[in-house]
Design a protein around this ligand. Structure first.
Ligand code: LRH
Ligand code: MN
Length: 389
């Protein structure tokens, strides 16, 4: 086994992809939410389903929660439930985009009372982090406007900065806030945190506990996301990823399914800097919706897609690449990367799983487990979880 293969397996063995609790609930578009059988009815069942993904991939040991979708009376009990299933509660996601009060915005709303309401929700999320032992609060704001003149762009930034500062001050020493940007939707003229630059500017002002999250579905078509990765890494402001993929807009499809080469290029920038593993402090998360496909297999396939892109990136012949780059050998340098990308890494990952005591094919192992039929039988009645939008 080459040194590079051994190095790749060592890094892959520690890779940890955080799963979104909401991926296990019903989801869809404004046109239709196609409810599926066996869908969880509460956060306990969502975590049980997430634990299945970790059971067969060995690389998904934490679950992100979304508040209030995952509101419970006893978060410590929920965290203990997760631990019993071999996983832990990860990032806490706030939600200031579904209350009627937020039609014209939440933290950027012209009305101070509405901003207070939103701020109190964010502070409640930090209380929940204290109870679950979570490190990260992820903030995505739907805030924006639909028509020129609707509101003052700069004033909204002032309001946002004021709220972020209050939340930042509430964070514990080991806690962080991760600010997520998105080009548009649900707002269609301005979005108050539309791009990495705006998120970065706010995080820079706030301080070291404020970092930027890159959701791979939140950019204008044609955006070079790995360039943004390289820049934020260089600035020490890359806090995490919401991995998914898209053909057009924020489609929230399985990561790597629409553009596996883009995912490889992103993982290449990260492996070049040696920050693929959990010790890097970068939160690698999925943020997806399985509108028409079975949800647990969809998550398993997604984790495998990240593992495959990562394995290819870790197999890049760095010495040959640097030599070609230094020599201005354009085709040579590109060929080094394409050789890695065109490498079939599935045997390497099957070998790694065997060494970890896992089945070589997680999808087949889950299908053979009977869990899918069991949850359909067990989860009769009750209200299936969803976005409640
Ligand atoms: C917004 C977003 C955000 C989450 C939501 C589920 O599009 O990416 O990360 O809060 O999806
Ligand atoms: Mn996201």
């Amino acid at each position: 086994m080459s040194d590079r293969t051994a190095y790749a397996k060592q890094v892959l063995a520690s890779q940890s992809i955080e799963l979104p609790s909401w991926a296990f609930g019903n989801s869809g578009t404004r046109f239709k939410v196609f409810a599926q059988q066996g869908v969880p009815r509460d956060p306990y069942e969502k975590i049980a389903d997430a634990a299945q993904v970790h059971r067969y991939t060995g690389a998904a040991g934490s679950v992100a929660l979304h508040i209030p979708w995952d509101k419970v009376d006893d978060y410590a009990r929920l965290a203990a439930h997760a631990a019993d299933l071999g996983v832990r509660i990860g990032t806490i996601n706030s939600n200031t985009f579904q209350d009627d009060a937020y039609m014209l915005g939440s933290v950027c709303h012209p009305d101070a009372g509405i901003r207070r309401k939103a701020t109190d929700h964010l502070l409640e999320c930090v209380d929940i982090m204290d109870a679950t032992g979570s490190r990260d609060l992820k903030l995505w704001f739907a805030d924006g406007t639909n028509y020129p003149g609707q509101d003052a762009i700069a004033d909204r930034q002032d309001r946002l900065a004021e709220v972020l500062a209050e939340v930042y001050d509430r964070l514990g020493d080991d806690q962080r806030l991760l600010l997520e940007y998105k080009l548009f939707e649900p707002a269609f003229y301005t979005t108050d945190v539309p791009d990495w630059g705006t998120a970065y500017a706010h995080c820079l002002k706030l301080g070291p506990k404020a970092q930027v999250v890159i959701d791979t579905g939140h950019h204008a078509p044609g955006t070079n996301i790995e360039f943004i990765v390289a820049i934020l890494l260089r600035e020490g402001k890359l806090g995490g990823f919401d991995f998914n993929s898209r053909f057009y807009a924020d489609d929230d499809l399985m990561v790597g399914s629409a553009d596996p080469f883009q995912l490889f290029r992103i993982m290449h920038e990260l492996s070049l800097r040696g920050v693929v593993g959990p010790e890097s402090g970068i939160a690698y998360m999925l943020d997806q919706c399985h509108n028409i496909e079975p949800k647990i297999p969809g998550q398993i396939r997604s984790v495998m897609n990240v593992q495959e892109a990562t394995a290819k990136a870790l197999l890049v012949d760095r010495e040959a690449l640097e030599a070609a780059q230094a020599a201005g050998d354009v085709l040579g340098a590109n060929a080094v990367l394409m050789d890695a990308y065109n490498t079939d890494v599935r045997p390497l990952l099957e070998e790694l799983r065997a060494e970890q005591g896992l089945a070589a094919d997680p999808m087949a192992a889950y299908a053979a487990s009977g869990y899918a039929a069991q949850i359909v039988a067990d989860r009769q009645g009750g209200q299936a979880a969803g976005w409640g939008a």
